[in-house]
Structure formats: C-alpha cells, structure tokens
Write a protein that binds this ligand. Structure first.
Ligand code: HEM
Length: 496
C-alpha cells in the first residue's frame, strides 16, 4: 500500500497554531518580533517552528539550541535567506553580510577578516578614533558651556560612528555622510524582514505591489551613487600622490587603499573588482551602525542606574584624569578598566543590537535537539531572549547590573566571542561578525571619553529609573526615542 512506501514522518519542532495564508503572523503582528518570539518560545520551547507568512522559520531560544545551530551544525546553517527586499538592497546578495554561502562569500569575507578588520589594522586606526572622539567631546563641552545645556546624544553618536568608519574606510570624513546616514536609516526597517514581499515570496502580485522592494532599490541606488563618487575621488587622490602631489603623507592606510592595491597587484587568486570593493565598503558602513546603537543604550542604562554610572566614571577618572584624555593602551590592558568592560558586556546582554542576529537558512535537512529541520528553513537565533533568560542570568535577568560579571568565576569568564551561547550579540561560527574588534575598540574608547569628561543628566527627569527605554522595529533594535542629555564638564576636554 501507499503507506508502506511513505518516508518516515518528520519530527518537526512544535509551534503555535497557524492560519491559512498568514501562518503564525497573528502571534507576532503589532509587536517587536524578538519580544513576541520570546513569549511564544516560553510556551512552545527553545526550538520552535513558525510560519511567517509563507516562510518556514525556526526560532532558537536556548543556549543548547543556539550551540547546535552556530557550532555543531554550523556548516548546514552557514547560508543566509535572501528576502525580496534584501535581494533588491544587495543586488542579489553580492555583499558579505547577506551573501549566500559559497565561493564569493568566502572570498570577500577573507579580505574583510584578514586585510581590513584584523587586530593590527584596528590598532592602526587608533589616531582616527582619538580624533573623532575628541571632536564629539568638544561638541559636548560647547553644549555644557551654554545656559541650558542640551546635547543630542543620538545625533552625536551617529556622527561619531559614521565619521570614524568613513575615515577608516576611505581616509577622510565624507561630505556625503548625511546622505549615507539617511539611506541607512531607511534600510533598517526594510531589512527587518516583515515586508509583504518577504512574507509571501511566491505571490507575484504581492511582489509587484510591494512598496518595500521599490524603496530598497531606491536606497541601493542612492548609496551606490555616493560610493561611486567616493571611489572616484579616492582614485584621483591616489593618482595625485603617485604624481608627486601632496596626498597627506603619514596617514594610515585606509580600507579602500588596501583593496585597490589588492585589485591592482593580483595577489589574490581572483582579484577584487570595483563592484566587490563597493559592496564591502557598504557592509562596513552598515555593520558599524550597531556601534552607535550600543553606545546609546549604554548611556541610557547608566543614566537609569546612577550607581553604575558613578562607579564607571570613578574608574575612568582614576585611570585617565591626570593624563587629561583616554589612552587606548590602558583600555587594551583591561585591568584598570574592568568595570567599564562589564558595563559594555551588560549592555550587549540586555540590548543585543541585532536581536535576532542576521537570519541563517538551512542548506540541507538537519536535526536540532532531536527535531527535524527541513532544507530551506529560515533560522533566527533570539540573542535578545538568551540575554534575558532567567536560566542563565539567575535572579534578576531584566536588571542592568554590571557587577554580575564579578559574582563568580564562571560569570566572569562569559564573553562576547561566540563561545558562550547565552551571550551571542555578534553571533558565532562561520558567519560570526568579523567587525567585533573594530566595533568594540570604538565603543570602549567613546564611552570612556564621555564618562571621563562629563557627568550626565536628563533635563527635567526627576526619577532616572523612569527614562523611556522603548525599542524601535528594524533589523537593529535602536531606541525609539532620542536621548537628549545635559553634560556637566568635570575634566577639561583637550583642544579647547
Ligand atoms: C558593534 C556592534 C556589532 C554587532 C552587535 C554586530 C552584530 C553582527 C551579527 C549578529 C552578525 C551576524 C552573525 C551571525 O550570523 O552569526 C554580524 C555580521 C557581520 N558584521 Fe557585525 N556587528 C557589529 C559591528 C560590526 C562592525 C563594526 C562591522 C564592520 C566594520 C561589522 C561587519 C559585519 C559583517 C561584514 C558581517 C557579515 C559576516 C558574514 O555574514 O559572514 N559588524 N554582525
């Protein structure tokens, strides 16, 4: 009979009930996906299957399950699903972040990891970080000197991160910075994965009517135009330098110079072409945005938790007040600034800036904690939920308490490098974020600078615990509302 020849039944992961057409969407709609999915996982388990519109989606919410996806079966889950919107935004996954697993991804990622984001290269941009952090601090000092000090922390951090990244990437601050920031801002909700064309990929009508795909294409074109002109300007400058012009000798080598050299000298098996180079630059710019997200959350948490603020500021001032400025040597040493490190880790724990990481997709049928996961299933790791899970953060998982990393040796050893699956804001395994050292260097430096030179208050907020902490929807979880702070100068800012 038919039955005897049937394949053994799959043991699919459990999940909430689904409706025709929308699948499990009604369980998520109107809420932030990482929050809705955490609540669903509490009922259905750490390995849960949803149908998001048409898209089968595995949501992973325990340390063990995250380890299976990003370590045990990392190769099986090393690809990315490409939604219609992301396909439009990335020219079909031609960048690194959204590239399908394969030779192109491997080639570009290797350039990024080995040539651009290595520890040595990150160190070489120390002067750039110092200069840009100093510029932000001078702006804060100018605000502090006014009758009613008000400092737009969000704008200042976005500028800091964009300018630092631009100088590392192409050697100078860029007159197109504001266009890039604006386009990036438009990309974030679009890349969040809940546009109709992403949810019902088989429907041509939905695809054709989708505004999101059109907007993604417009973003791509606008960014492409800026990158074209940046690269052209750079090439001209390099020609000038070759012709004996003054190219500003002594400058550190920027990413674009490194890649243009690789393009010319043929040392790579397949040389980089201009298209590759522009995609990599855009990824670096887009990837960096998370640094300003984290810094904003860190400042907000410190405002809400004045005792942590005091302790962190005291530590930083002990280390640097006599020098008058932050010194990266001491930051790198770590010992003196242990509490600052805990503050950063605690911020990542509570506010994973990419709360569901960047989606993966199964390249082959696979098993996760005994459940069958068919090929082509989208996989989301709920890093945000892992960071707030009572099982791993006993007692007070929702509380901002950097001291937890001093509680015992086991807790002190938990770090961000993708081996401790209860704290994975940068992911883990083959697709783990290659920008972690670059991002952390700026985050620590900027935070130390802000705490060294100023005390911070929120004008008109009597109870700091009441500071609004609402998150915005998007591939990154930013604060919904800005952060208008009052700086009070404590240690003079150099260069004023
Ligand atoms: C500082 C905060 C940052 C956070 C929290 C973060 C987070 C992430 C996450 C979660 C992923 C996906 C990991 C996975 O699938 O396992 C990722 C990938 C990536 N990130 Fe970051 N990132 C940060 C900073 C940066 C910076 C500064 C850069 C570049 C300068 C960068 C460049 C990239 C790239 C190129 C990928 C794609 C890797 C791949 O798919 O092979 N990131 N990041």
């Amino acid at each position: 009979t038919k039955r005897r020849h049937a394949a053994p039944a799959l043991r699919l992961p459990p999940g909430p009930w689904a409706l025709p057409v929308i699948g499990s969407l009604h369980h998520i709609a109107g809420r932030l996906p990482h929050r809705a999915m955490r609540d669903l996982a509490r009922r259905h388990g750490p390995v849960m299957l949803l149908r998001v519109g048409e898209v089968p989606t595995l949501v992973v919410s325990s340390r063990e399950a995250a380890r299976e996806v990003m370590k045990t079966h990392d190769v099986a889950f090393a690809s990315r699903p490409l939604s219609a919107t992301l396909r439009a935004m990335t020219d079909g996954g031609r960048d690194i972040i959204f590239a399908p697993y394969g030779d192109r991804w491997r080639r570009l990622r290797k350039v990024a990891v080995v040539e651009l984001l290595s520890a040595r290269r990150v160190l070489s941009f120390r002067g750039v970080r110092e200069g840009e952090v100093a510029a932000m601090l001078r702006a804060a000092a100018a605000a502090a000197a006014t009758a009613r000090p008000a400092f737009d922390m969000r704008a200042a951090l976005a500028t800091l991160v964009a300018d630092t990244t631009m100088r590392a990437a192409v050697g100078n601050r860029c007159k197109h910075r504001d266009v890039l920031l604006r386009e990036l801002e438009r990309c974030i909700p679009l890349a969040g994965g809940f546009n109709p064309a992403d949810l019902w990929p088989s429907s041509r009508i939905v695809g054709r009517l989708s505004g999101a795909v059109g907007r993604a294409r417009a973003c791509r074109d606008a960014v492409r135009k800026v990158l074209d002109s940046i690269v052209d300007e750079h090439l001209e400058r390099m020609d000038d330098m070759a012709g004996g012009g003054n190219g500003g000798g002594g400058e550190v080598e920027d990413f674009l110079q490194v890649m243009l050299k690789l393009h010319k000298d043929g040392s790579l098996e397949i040389p980089l072409n201009m298209d590759d180079i522009k995609h990599i630059i855009f990824d670096i710019f887009a990837g960096s945005e998370t640094s300003s997200v984290v810094l904003e959350w860190a400042m907000a948490e410190l405002i809400r938790n004045p005792r942590s603020m005091e302790r962190a500021a005291a530590e930083v001032r002990r280390a640097f007040a006599s020098r008058g400025a932050v010194d990266e040597d001491a930051l790198a040493g770590g010992g003196e600034l242990r509490y600052l490190r805990h503050v950063v880790r605690e911020t990542f724990r509570l506010h994973a800036p990419v709360p569901l990481l960047v989606p993966r997709v199964s390249r082959e049928p696979c098993r996760v904690l005994g459940y069958d996961v068919p090929r082509g299933t989208t996989v989301l790791v709920n890093a945000w939920a892992l960071g707030r899970d009572e099982r791993y953060w006993p007692g007070d998982p929702e509380e901002f308490r950097p001291e937890r990393f001093e509680d015992d040796d086991a807790m002190a050893a938990v770090d961000l490098r993708g081996a401790d699956f209860e704290l994975v804001p940068f992911g883990a395994g083959r697709r783990m974020c290659p920008g972690m050292p670059f991002g952390l260097a700026l985050i620590e430096h900027a935070l130390a600078g802000l705490l060294l030179h100023f005390d911070w208050e929120v004008p008109g907020l009597a109870d700091p615990a009441k500071l609004d902490m609402t998150e915005e929807f998007g591939i990154t979880a930013r604060r919904k509302n800005g952060l208008l702070l009052c700086p009070i100068l404590r240690v003079p800012v150099p260069g004023l």
